[in-house]
Design a protein around this ligand. Sequence first.
Ligand SMILES: [Zn+2]
Length: 440
Amino acid sequence: MTARRQVVLFLHLMKATAKQRFHFVRRKVNLDMLARLGMMPGDAKDRGMALTPRDYVRGSDQDRNYPQRDVWVVGLRATDALPLPGDRTTRQQGGAAMSTTFCPACMKDADVRIEGRRETLPVRGEDIEVEARVAVCSTCGEDIWLDELEGETLARAFAEYRRRRRLLQPDEMARIRRRWGLGQRAFALLLGWGEVTLHRYESGSLQDAAHDAQLRMAERPENIRTLLEAHGERLTPRQRAAVERRLGEAAALAAKCEGGDEDFERLLARRAEGGFGGHAPLSLAKVRETIAYFAARPGMFVTKLAKLMFYADFLHYREHATSITGLAYAHAPQGPIPERYERLRDDASESAVVEVEERCGDDWSSEVLVARRPANLCVFSETELTVLRAVEKPLGAKTSRRLSEMSHSEAAWTTTSMGERIPYAAATSLSLMPLGSSPA
Ligand SMILES: [Zn+2]
């Protein structure tokens, strides 16, 4: 009989160690197990870190393969997110073994070589053959579990499984969610799912067919309307407002017969009339390349990008009496943002300029834009390039928060109120140094 105290102690030690290293020994057995469950390695580890003494099943026993080590068996309980395959119980046993050594067989750091191999994975019980890259210990010849490689193999097998079953791929799920302006957690709540369910799916874990069908339904505005009535109270007022705004836009677009870029460009241009676009013709091409240019810097949060765009357009206006992109900006809580900013971000993502990645902590989630290609600088004039560089270097290095604070001291923000458009005339008092001068 193992005392509860020992179980608690084991879990403490396991989690402390797992922060450094977390190895799956017996590579193929565990790969098959994850394939059967439709789970990515990161997902399995998150669940491992969330284990509690209530999940204890058995142990400690002596390991048959490595007699000097102990084996603990803990179970993951089934959740709505992942119906377990099989038959009899709601508990799935899975041994997670820990090692502080790199090659679990040698019990020490060892050189590895990477082998290409064809492997068959039992994805949800259906055999799928994929190319796999496998790390092999040069000392003992055993296969070694490497998260990146196994994740890559699983992702390939899951993608093929989704193709065969006509299920949505992770990027398609993300596109549907972004259409409604919500983060992963909020959208999952709106759908009536567990908070982390969508995060798992978008990170590559395999969705079940019922969830897939629900997501497809969530593409249609009338269904989102129904969900909002049913689960709207789970969202914050701001999130609800974001969805409402998107619903309004969808209705407006539908009324005008949906068009492509041209319609969107015209829509933006109309909004920028009356000098609010900085006396430059609205150019969607310049908007995209500006985004590509700034998103080449790592960790480009959406809020930070908005500020950089503001500074670039307003600085060019101050120096040359026209903006770069022709965009209109509005007063938002964290600083000035381009009007129709969410649509602009979606457009940049849909036209393969950037990848939108979700970052989340315990009580926040935000999006980071990652450039998928270098900016095409040909669309800019000499003066525009000079201004983009003058903004990217010093301001791009600041954190989102610092940049937000800085923008809060600009007349563009202090002389306007929430939601109000910012006149380009405010550029004259911009806190940036005149171009050509450099700080002492
Ligand atoms: Zn070895």
